[in-house]
Ligand binder design. Sequence first.
Ligand code: PLP
Length: 393
Amino acid sequence: MQYNFDEIIERKNTDCIKYDFAVKRGMPEDVLPLWVADMDFRTPPFVIDALVEKSRHGIFGYSESGQDYFEILQSWLLQSHTWKVQPDWLVKTPGVVYAICTAIRALTHKGDGVLIQQPVYYPFAGSVLLNERRLVVNQLIYAKNRYAINYEDFENKIIENKVKLFILCNPHNPVGRVWTEEELTLLGDICLKHGVTVVSDEIHADFIYPGYKHLVFANTKPEFAQITVTCSAPTKTFNLAGLQVSNIFIPNPSIRHAFRQEMAKSGYNQLGIMGIIACKAAYQNGREWLTELINYLGGSLNFLRSFLSEKIPQVKLIEPEGTYLVWLDFKQLNLSEDQLEDLIVKKAGLWLDKGTIFGAGGEGFQRINIACPRAILERALDRLEKAIKDLIQ
Ligand SMILES: Cc1ncc(COP(=O)(O)O)c(C=O)c1O
């Protein structure tokens, strides 16, 4: 290993959401945070070097990415996901949630139905509701420790609610599924049949565990490309969320035009220069770093799995196929939502994301972020073990 993911880096007093705002957000001061989806690892040295070099240059005027930016992006996506993107498809946005909100406004009208598959990343529902569209939910099926899609309900919900837009989470946060070709094709065919446009949020695409493969939804069938807005970003992969850089690919010119128009209405124009610099450096040099990171996360996942089965078997791990966000089932403890929150926050001193914020099907679950040095994960699990043992004694 060339990179050291065991290093514990102090994040307190760095204006960081994960560590610095506990009390403000109703958590105890000394809570151990494993919630929001960023990592406690430093971004790779070649990204830091590129940012330092730009800082030293010292001029931060209006900026735009050039041909090299696109070529680096194209090569990363081709190598990682066998997807060949074209220059005119690209629209850059300051974040994926921004892109989702823009797509909702550009492609639907107030009151239109927008479909999501809960439990899912909570800003999906927020984006629909804040933009005054109707939230339509196709709940995932949870059976035998794994999540699957209810296609009949998916199609019925589209028909009954005249759904115009579907927001797909691929890979899926928080249930950890990396959707297969068959699953994506079935979903896409239903969308094609009913004229539904798809926003495919693929921000977690680079975090895939051995044995699984990320498939770009828009690339699974040529017709799907024409109905899809694909959201990608280097921000999860290389821990750059604070630099707000995402790359949205829209092959269909009329969808792209509507999207761009909506962006213009919000006054947004260019990416920040540090986002451009970091994105290029990361995708140009980041392959080996990412391979080591995935290995490390795989080790942490093994650690978590063994810890739970040996010490707290009451907590069930939903085996993630991708992402560093792990969905844990606490239902065997038979606690109310308040009791579960009390156990996690007050007794164990942990700040996780409670399942109910992910919507339907989230009751009795918690999401834990394992992208931290193993020692921090171990400390968190020790706290959880003690709290659960005290509870059931
Ligand atoms: C599925 C998913 N989409 C989007 C985001 C956030 O993207 P951004 O910070 O670019 O808005 C996250 C972050 O957790 C996520 O899990």
